[in-house]
Design a binder for this molecule. Sequence first.
Ligand code: NAD
Length: 382
Amino acid sequence: MSSPSPVRVAVIGAGLMGREVASAFGRWFALLDCPVRPELVAVCDVNAAALDWFRQVPGVRHFDTDHRTLLARPDIDVVYVAVPHHLHEQIYLDVLRAGKDLLAEKPFGIDLAAARRVRDEAARLGRFVRVSSEFPFLPGVQRVLAAFRPGNAEPQLGKILSLRSSFLHSSDLDPTKPINWKRQVRFCGEAGVMNDLGLHVTHVPLRLGWRPVRLYAQLQKIYTERPDGKGGRAPCDTWDNATLHCTVDLPDQPGVPLTLETKRMSPTDTNSWEIEVLGTDGGLRYSTKQPKTLWTYERGKEQSWSATDLGFATPFKTITGGIFEPGFPDILQQMWAAYLAERAGQLGDRFACATPDEAVTQHELWAAALQSHATQSVVTLP
Ligand SMILES: NC(=O)c1ccc[n+]([C@@H]2O[C@H](COP(=O)([O-])OP(=O)(O)OC[C@H]3O[C@@H](n4cnc5c(N)ncnc54)[C@H](O)[C@@H]3O)[C@@H](O)[C@H]2O)c1
């Protein structure tokens, strides 16, 4: 294997996701065929205390509480931004205008107008930008994607009856859980749970060409206030659950139902990412509830699903034994490998990270969903 060239990465936002990136890079040697090696060199957070965790990470040389001084450094190639949603647009634009490439966190700006501005500025400046969405890098999801490659016969699906893509959480069922920025419109955005979880349910459908032409949305706010963590109460004004009933026109089959679900209140689901395809001749179902199991059916006399045990068949090869099970840290590392390989023009035919155009389309769906809910009507998409 040729010696991978290091790409110098900075993280802005040293919270939950910022730390995950340091972890993914810290065991990059687990990857066998990624042509690019990242080096985490700089970290920024307005909360100086959050930087301390990174002092144990080898290679991190710059610690900053102002992203503008961090971006002025010449020794940074790529910036990962993981901050609250209301800050996305400004910081993404600052990254691009500083001449750096960007791996953005979802939802790629707080709303549709912001997403379009960031996409257009990236195109104008010629910067390489992708948006974070890691679940498609799971082997089970890769198998679902493979079923739609031309010439693939695993299984034969026949006419498509329905499509479903879901991302389901349950922690908000606890009314004593204190408020945080993801539960407040001014930080999370008007689209609420769709902003927070939505790219996870649209990345695969959009990549497969399941672009909704119409939708009807059911949005729910369940608890309207929460403990503020200081002994009082605070308004909790975001949408908690969103179910979008969409219509997709497939090339040879118009009018296919696609359900997109993002829920913070889904009993029994901690972090369930699911996809299901039901056809007249066969079907596929995958859920992170059973991370190594791909469910398939083929039409026959008896009605049943078959479970296939999957191994560690990730897009990039690893040292990990083929029979073992992958998890969240593994797919995050795979996503970064895809980002860096695509940036270097060496992704090949592997699955690629979500694009700015896909992120903008995601926001078009959320805008239509808000309109649908407000008017209680079906909305046609452009
Ligand atoms: N891809 C995924 O699976 C996934 C999972 C969780 C969160 N996210 C996304 O990651 C982003 C961050 O979420 P999180 O859960 O890590 O949040 P978090 O609250 O844990 O961390 C956010 C950090 O940003 C810092 N920050 C705030 N303003 C800043 C500024 N101006 N400059 C620098 N730092 C600033 C905060 O101090 C905090 O440490 C969000 O966009 C969220 O939607 C993605």
